[in-house]
Every structure is written in C-alpha cells, then in structure tokens.
Design a protein around this ligand. Structure first.
Ligand code: GLY
Ligand code: MN
Length: 460
C-alpha cells in the first residue's frame, strides 16, 4: 500500500508525462506571490496559481517549475535566515524537491538562464506577471489571450485538466463533503441568526475547522437576485429566503461549489415553494441527462425548457415552452448559464477564457439566453460540472422586460411571487463512463428535507 506522499508524486509524475506527450517545448509555471494587504508583512492569504498546483501539487509561494520531457526542475530559494523566527522552520529547497518529486532544483536566480524557448501561462497577480514579463523578455499579461507557444501550452493544459484523474477526484470529493457539512451547519444556524453574516459564519466555520478555505467569496444573502452578492449585513426576516452559494477548497486547491436556498422561518411560503419546485425540476432533469457524449449546451437548454414549462404551469409565462426559450423569454428570470467546469478553480480554467469552456470553433452566442453559458462542449467521462438553475427577479431586467415581453409574461401574476427574489439549487456532477455521479448528493435538495435541515437546531 502506498503512502500519501508516494501517491502525490505518482500523480504529479503522470501529469507531467501526459503534458510531455502533448508539447515538445519547455513549459514554465510561476506559483505567484502573496499580496500585501495594508503593509508588507500583513498579507492576503496566499493562493498558488492553479496551473502550478496541477503539476507541483503544493502551494509554494514565489516558486517556479520548469517542465520538459516529463522532468521537473524546481526554482525556489531557501527560507531567509530570519524567517524561522516569524514563520517557524520551513522546508528547504531540497526537502521541497523530495515532496513534489523534482528532478533538479536551483535557486530562483538561475531561472533566467533556463528560459529559452519556454512557454508560460500568465499568473493573475501583478507582481508575478510583471516578473514573468521581465524574466521572459516579452509581455505576459493575464488580460491578453495567449499566442504562439503559450497558446499551444494553454491548449495542452485544457486537454489535461478538462477531465480529472484519481488524485484530483480524491481531493474534489473531500471539498464536496466538507461543503455539504458547511451547508447543513448554515441551515441549522438560520433560525437563531439575526443577520446573514451569522449564517455565513456557521458555514465558513465548518470549512475553517477542516483546515480548508473557501473556494470563492461566499454568497449568503436574502437578496439572491444579486448573483454574486458579497454583502452579509442584511437582517433575516421571517418571510425571507436565504440563498447560500458556498464551497470549500482543499489545501492543494481543489474546489466545491454548492448552492441551496432555504426559508428563514423553516417553512417555504406557497409561492416560494411553487417556484422552488420548478427550479428543482430543472435541476433534476439536467442531472438525469448528464452522460458522456451529451452536449452541455443541450443540458442548458433542457434546464431552460423545464423552467419555462414550470413557469407556464404557474401562469407566469404565456405560450409554448420551447418557443418561449427560443425567444429568450425564460432568461428574464434565468439569465445565466446552467453551470461550468469545476476543478482547481471554481470556474475551472476561466483564466484561459473560452479556450477551456468552449469546444474549438465554437463562440459565445450573442443571445441573451445563451451568452452567459460558460461551458459548451460535449461531456466526457471525468469532467466535473455544476448544474445550477435558478429563478431571480432582478429589478433592472424586470423593468426592461415589462415592455419587451408585454404579452408573453403575465405581470400581474409575477407580482404575486414578490417574496421570491432569488432561488438557485446547485450541485457538482461528475461525468462517469455510463452517466453521472453527484458528488454533493449528501445535501438534500427537495423542499421538505431542506425545511427539516433549517428546523434542526445547531447541536451544542
Ligand atoms: N459559485 C459562484 C458561481 O458559480 O459563479
Ligand atoms: Mn457555480
């Protein structure tokens, strides 16, 4: 039986070997630098570049790896002499090399002499892409689409990271399991909470207690209609719904992404329950359809049609559901895509733009109902995707749609659903050889079970 460090090294070696089968030039990955918060010694938590993590396995700040023909050279400096006083004893370069299975190691100053003909991927933080630009002697900017060898490297990385190996899946399952527990804690804390912030604290407390971090800024809000709401100051009122979109990230960077929507009082109103069940029907229909070979865009459209059917049944939309979707009427209430890739990034490889999410030759649609679709590829076994249909009453969209869709939406009926500002239900779904596996299935989605979780007091 292999121990954890041997497994990590085997996984990393296999990834490097696979990269070597796709490119015949060296690839150099910077891990990134920590950013100062308000003075140099007070830093934001460090998050290594995902491409670095994929091949190096651990979040080393200010390190660089050079990969060629399956071999890894590590460039990093030993800790500065005074560092042990403030940060404790840290592994030196040779020890790190052993952990990640490096073939050769050098001080960082030697990097410049080893960069000829090397491709790279821009790291997001300015200090690092400036360093990349200076040492490579050419502009490397996260905002610029990669070109030349950098583009070839980006394509190779997408080919590798689109599907997950066993090492990645072990981590992704851990992130999913902790996120499920976090959501349960958030629901259980709701009835005694006065503010959104308290529910967030209960959720993130579970993640922190597992020595993980959040994979993105948590959304815990009674204003779910603000899609990426990062405010937590609103008081909780008995008729409110809380939309909680919270996911954990493991120490080595692998993410989960779960959304649940639950009633503050522990009981959905009849209007909330009606819409909730429509969103859930879309969620379930999409997940049931996931299988290798199926187009993700078709899953998105199935979600849209299922939503439209439910909204027609409730008297909110008027007409034939397929026709309504073809005319983008559903997107008044569901403006975003059905989901995205998930892996080391919550929107996996979104730093590479649509190179990751879109099959070669495909472009974003300029249709309102399709333009925010982040993934447009046929599904393959080993891909991990989210499924996250929703229903939102976004004031700016509603105001516009009132004149645009005067006859296809029953606006008087819409007003009866004023207590539904935002509902989303999101799970993480692995494409398997013969269908799918929901990694987050342990967190119930049906309305009654969600109510039960809210009505379960926090254990003392
Ligand atoms: N979890 C946030 C998002 O998927 O955009
Ligand atoms: Mn998501």
């Amino acid at each position: 039986m292999k121990n954890n460090s041997t497994c990590l090294i085997d996984t990393l070696r296999q990834r490097r070997q696979k990269l070597a089968e796709l490119i015949d030039f060296p690839a150099v990955f910077w891990s990134g630098n920590s950013s100062p918060r308000n003075f140099p010694a007070n830093i934001f938590p460090f998050r290594a570049s995902s491409h670095f993590l994929y091949f190096a396995g651990i979040p080393l700040p200010n390190a660089v790896i050079r990969l060629e023909a399956g071999k890894l050279e590590l460039f990093t400096d030993d800790p500065a002499p005074g560092s042990a006083l403030w940060h404790g004893e840290m592994p030196n370069r040779e020890e790190i090399a052993q952990i990640i299975g490096a073939d050769l190691t050098y001080p960082i100053a030697e990097l410049e002499s080893k960069l000829e003909g090397a491709a790279t991927i821009a790291v997001q933080d300015a200090a690092t892409w400036t360093q990349q630009t200076q040492t490579l002697g050419r502009m490397v900017l996260p905002q610029l689409p990669p070109e030349g060898l950098d583009l070839e490297l980006a394509k190779a990385i997408v080919a590798l990271r689109l599907t997950h190996d066993a090492g990645a899946l072990t981590e992704l399952r851990k992130a999913a399991a902790v996120s499920v527990e976090a959501h349960k804690a958030g629901m259980a804390a709701t009835k005694s909470a006065k503010l959104e912030a308290e529910v967030r604290a209960a959720m993130e407390g579970v993640i922190i207690a597992h020595n993980m971090t959040t994979a993105y800024s948590s959304i815990v809000t009674v204003h779910g209609e603000v899609l990426h709401n990062n405010q937590y100051h609103h008081p909780l009122q008995p008729g409110d719904l809380i939309l909680a979109d919270v996911g954990a990230e493991t120490k080595t960077g692998w993410a989960a992404d779960i959304t649940r929507t639950f009633p503050v009082s522990g009981k959905f109103s009849s209007t909330q329950r009606d819409i909730y069940d429509v969103v859930l029907a879309a969620h379930d229909a999409c997940i049931a359809k996931i299988s290798p070979g199926v187009e993700y865009q078709d899953i998105h459209l199935l979600g849209c049609i299922t939503l439209a059917e439910g909204l027609v049944d409730l008297g909110i939309l008027k007409g034939d559901p397929e026709d309504l979707v073809a005319r983008d009427v559903h997107s008044v209430f569901f403006p975003h895509g059905i989901g995205h890739l998930l892996g080391l990034d919550v929107h996996d490889m979104e730093d590479l733009g649509d190179l990751s999410g879109y099959e070669p030759g495909r472009k974003r649609s300029d249709r309102f109902g399709l333009g925010y679709l982040r993934l447009n590829r046929p599904l393959r076994a080993g891909m991990l995707v989210t499924i996250e249909p929703g229903f939102y009453q976004v004031p700016a969209i509603i105001n516009y749609a009132r004149s645009q869709y005067k006859y296809l939406i029953d606006w008087e009926r819409v007003e009866q659903f004023a207590d539904v500002r935002g509902i989303r239900i999101e799970d993480d779904v692995l494409v398997t050889d013969d269908g799918s596996e929901v990694l987050t299935v342990a967190l119930p989605t049906d309305a009654s079970s969600v109510e039960d979780l809210v009505n379960t007091p926090v254990p003392l």
